[in-house]
Design a protein around this ligand. Sequence first.
Ligand code: C5P
Length: 226
Amino acid sequence: MTDHVPVIAVDGPSGTGKGTICRYLANTLKWHLLDSGALYRLLALAAGQQGVELDDAEALAELAANLEISFDYSGDIDRVLLAGQDVSDEIRTESCANAASRLAALPEVRQALLSFQQRFRQSPGLVADGRDMGTIVFPDADLKIFLTADAAERARRRHKQLKEKGFDVNLADLSVEITERDARDSQRAVSPLIPANDARVIDTTDLSIQDVVELVSGLIRDQFPV
Ligand code: C5P
């Protein structure tokens, strides 16, 4: 008997298909799912509600340590609750994503959310979706995948996804916002968005979700032979 709880870490910028792939993997494997981006978005939302400035590291870390969050992935749509209130739609806006990316650059915030994220590692296994899952949060993950895609294609996908969710978004504005956010995420001093040395990098620009599912499923079969 072993008490090792396996982790599949999936990192990369937005619009690479990460969220869809992670949800699919967690459902198929019947493992837990950590949407770490949602935590940063929730913190940004809570900061807005409580009037905490996005550069007040101390107050944000305090807020992060006391966040009352729960996730419900059981239905067709992922539900996220903040202090018992359903904020699933609020956290998906681009303004919330941008605020999340600003506070995510603060080491105090990342430190405050670290153990919270690590507690999602529970039997029978965890699929972890983020930017630093394979590098910082679960450096011993059993399988590390880093998804990339051309910036224009990622903006196009995000645009389609947000439109489908009923958000009124403009492709050109979205492209600029995504490029700025990626630059901030990649260039920050702590936990920058980079592939772990032992990550399998997959460029999804010309791949469908189904193609990516097949590629990743092959990696999983190699890593966890039955
Ligand atoms: O993945 P998502 O778009 O929801 O993430 C929102 C923002 O949260 C990212 O742009 C990034 O700045 C931050 N984030 C992070 N580390 C993670 C997940 C998200 O810094 N593990």
